[in-house]
Design a protein. Structure first.
Length: 206
């Protein structure tokens, strides 16, 4: 049975309508280009991100970077040797030992407590004695021994950042330098709170 003419006409109109919709109707994306900015963007300090600042006399200088958007100072160098078959980092040279702790215990202990119990206590234990839930299985050393107490802050910071031996690196997890120093300061508190170690020192990171 042949389709009725009215059905054929409706289908033709529908097909034509689809072509008009896809080929002729302006895209919403094109309308976006006609808007200089949305109303909430007018308060942004980066409405004209590449426009300079004109000084008295007509001289133009580049505008300042919006505070906090692009780090331009404070980058941290790398003291790795790049050879995974050797001691990877300069722990046995003066490089790590010369790294001065720029923080103090005041104001960093709480952050160090949080980071230590998040990343370190599982191996080194809540008090630093190497008795965390998985510490004995991995041979995690005590951080309270006499030798561990002699490590400089920079040395411990380097251990946190790069790892060594069975300890993996934590620089990609505790990625803010200040947070790593906070862990160092918190460890010093654990060492100060612990009983004096016996002579000989016991096991230490190697």
């Amino acid at each position: 049975m042949a389709p009725r003419p009215s059905v054929v006409a409706a289908m033709a109109l529908l097909a034509a309508g689809c072509n008009w919709y896809y080929d002729k109707l302006p895209s919403p994306d094109d309308l976006m280009k006609a808007i200089p900015w949305f109303d909430h963007m007018i308060t942004s300090p980066a409405v004209h991100p590449y426009k300079g600042v004109r000084l008295a006399g007509g001289k133009e200088v580049p505008r300042y970077t919006v505070k906090g958007t692009v780090p331009i100072t404070g980058s941290e160098g790398d003291w790795g040797t790049g050879d995974p078959l050797k001691l990877q980092y300069a722990f046995d040279t003066l490089a790590a030992n010369r790294l001065a702790n720029p923080t103090t215990a005041s104001g960093t202990i709480a952050a160090g407590d949080t980071a230590y119990h998040t990343f370190c206590a599982v191996c080194h234990g809540p008090s630093g004695a190497g008795d965390g839930p998985v510490g004995p299985r991995l041979g995690a050393p005590s951080l309270l021994t006499a030798k561990a107490r002699t490590y400089s802050d920079g040395y411990i910071y380097s251990l946190i950042r790069y790892g060594r031996g069975v300890m993996p690196l934590y620089g990609d997890k505790v990625w803010r330098p200040r947070d790593r120093w906070s862990v160092v300061n918190y460890l010093r508190k654990l060492q100060a709170d612990a009983s004096p170690p016996p002579p000989g020192g016991g096991s230490t990171p190697r």
